[in-house]
Design a protein around this ligand. Structure first.
Ligand code: ADP
Length: 192
């Protein structure tokens, strides 16, 4: 089992979640998805869930301080001490800076940021397919459009943020998911 600390970047529907789960299983580290955690909180009706429900369902971002707290708590769990795959976090420069500070405290810097690249049209098709299967409240055409706008404005600048630190690797997400995963594994093998 190897230690691995990874951030997945990419537009909505680019396949971050699918690949993050496979990386996590293969390398024995937890898959940490803020989207899943927030949807879990909403389903459970917790205080956090009540605070974020409307925001998540509109496709906007929940405030940095709320997600940073969720991540701080999650990364302090025993299973995250030997690495993790972060999926959907960070999503703003503020979150990326908070993550850097948190990982510096823990003495475990990020090793790699994988950016999945996919044309918007293809991503939208994949998401509408997923909506039919999973019934996610934010996979309607209108909310999807909003999520792309939010992504372009708030999350895309993270590519440059991580490119400047030299840990960003772009992955073409247009082939099938097995091929994309094989490419990711080739890239990860160069780290060890
Ligand atoms: P996707 O990557 O498919 O857009 P996610 O499951 O990662 O979806 O996120 C779903 C929603 O949860 C986002 O649109 C947003 O409202 C909220 N969310 C998830 N992660 C964050 C985050 N890091 N910061 C703010 N909001 C978040």
């Amino acid at each position: 089992m190897s230690e691995l600390s990874i951030v997945m970047l990419g537009a909505p529907g680019a396949g971050k979640g699918t690949q993050a789960v496979r990386i996590a299983e293969t390398h024995g580290v937890p898959h940490i998805s803020t989207g899943e955690m927030l949807r879990g909180a909403i389903a459970a009706g917790s205080e956090l869930g009540r605070k974020v429900k409307e925001i998540v369902e509109s496709g906007a971002l929940v405030p940095d301080e709320l997600v940073v707290e969720v991540i701080r708590e999650r990364l302090s769990q025993p299973d995250a001490q030997n690495g993790f795959v972060l999926d959907g976090f960070p999503r703003t420069i503020g979150q990326a800076e908070a993550l850097d500070a948190l990982l510096a405290e823990l003495g475990r810097p990020l090793e790699i940021v994988l950016e999945l690249e996919l044309a918007e049209e293809t991503a939208v098709e994949r998401m509408l397919g997923r909506a039919a299967e999973q019934g996610r409240a934010d996979d309607t055409p209108e909310v999807i459009k909003n999520r792309f706008e939010v992504y372009r404005r708030q999350t895309e600048p993270l590519s440059n943020y991580y490119r400047s630190t030299g840990i960003l690797v772009a992955i073409d997400s247009s082939p099938g998911m097995d091929e994309v995963f094989a490419e990711i594994e080739r890239v990860l093998a160069t780290l060890q």
